[in-house]
Design a protein around this ligand. Structure first.
Ligand SMILES: NC(=O)c1ccc[n+]([C@@H]2O[C@H](COP(=O)([O-])OP(=O)(O)OC[C@H]3O[C@@H](n4cnc5c(N)ncnc54)[C@H](OP(=O)(O)O)[C@@H]3O)[C@@H](O)[C@H]2O)c1
Length: 304
């Protein structure tokens, strides 16, 4: 599968990346360090060369620590992305920040956890209102100039915020939610990125697992499962989403693939989208979704 360039950077990635949020073991169920290493092994064997994590993935940075463990001796083969700007406070509540002093402290901690002196791609995780945006962007510009990151990305920013950020610090990637059921970015974010040669990296391409087709209307999520609080899985939206998954399942069958593979193939076929970050808790999950890289959708199918 052809590698895709991220914006105007020198980074090239396969169109399916591994989203390493579930590796932290706090989204649902159990996830040990050995499980995380097995998922990363399977991803690399399946042709994935792009791992996406964040300072906040795990209260003690479990995702970054487990990635470090899994990549010992083969770091050079991977495009490694992390994010700063979201953190757990002392009460265990997730907070947002754009303050350069906090971002620096968190980034230094991320490097220690990852056992690295620089990363390939560093994102500002989400907009925050505790610092002027120009100061936040200046922090990222400085890190890139010092070689601490090879490229800069932003995540969850509006077009207005991306314009203000780019004025201080040009960036290569915008990471945003995008899947067949959640297409809000098509209105303004995706066109802006295409126009400015910023690559879109899509998160939640499986809509938290809904697009794998494994849930039915009677499914009950356990208390600690994050999906319990997602609007995708409640009320009328859930019924409609399940109907759409059944429709997509029939289309996928015509391609000889499963609905998860079709859904990821749909996302990575959209012009301007460089990669989709598929989360996985078991090796067979990423093996299955990585095969989306071999599903070819024609332009007429995409139009339809
Ligand atoms: N920038 C941001 O603000 C942001 C926000 C969210 C996510 N992200 C990034 O995007 C990545 C992807 O998002 P996500 O992991 O939350 O959601 P996702 O990729 O839409 O869904 C992943 C979940 O679906 C299930 N699954 C995956 N493959 C499967 C398969 N083949 N068969 C059956 N079930 C399967 C697994 O959960 P179960 O086994 O429990 O069903 C897995 O944890 C994250 O890991 C993270 O790197 C970024």
């Amino acid at each position: 599968m052809q590698q895709r360039r991220l914006g105007k950077s020198e980074l090239y990635v396969a169109p399916v990346g591994l989203g390493c949020w579930p590796l932290a073991g706090i989204t649902s169920g159990t996830m040990t360090e050995a499980d995380a290493v097995a998922v990363i092994d399977a991803a690399l064997e399946a042709g994935v060369n792009h791992l996406d994590t964040a300072y906040a993935y795990g209260r003690e940075g479990e995702s970054e620590r487990r990635i470090a463990r899994a990549l010992r001796g083969r770091r050079a083969h991977v495009v490694l992305a992390t994010k700063v700007g979201v953190y757990w406070d002392q009460q265990g509540v997730l907070r947002l920040t754009g303050r350069p002093d906090l971002l620096r402290q968190h980034f230094e901690e991320s490097l220690r956890r990852l056992e690295l002196d620089h990363v390939d791609l560093l994102y500002w995780h989400a907009p925050a209102d505790d610092a002027p945006l120009a100061e936040t962007a200046g922090f990222f510009r400085e890190l890139q100039a010092k070689g601490k990151t090879r490229a800069v990305g932003v995540s969850n920013l509006t077009v207005g915020q991306m314009e203000a950020f780019a004025a201080e610090c040009p960036f290569a990637v915008a990471q945003v939610r995008y899947n067949r059921l959640q297409r809000e970015i098509e209105a303004v974010v995706l066109p802006w990125c295409r126009e400015h040669q910023v690559s879109v990296v899509a998160y939640e391409p499986l809509a938290l697992g809904l697009l794998t087709g494994k849930f039915d209307r009677d499914h009950v999520f356990s208390e600690e499962d994050w999906r319990r609080r997602s609007p995708l899985f409640s009320g009328e939206a859930w019924t409609k989403n399940l109907e759409e998954v059944e429709r997509l399942r029939r289309i996928a069958a015509g391609h000889g693939c499963c609905v998860a593979q079709w859904a990821v193939a749909w996302t990575i076929s959209q012009p301007g989208v460089a990669a989709a970050l598929c989360g996985a808790k078991r090796p067979e999950q990423i093996r299955e979704t990585a095969r989306a890289m071999s599903v070819a959708l024609s332009p007429s199918e995409l139009d339809a």
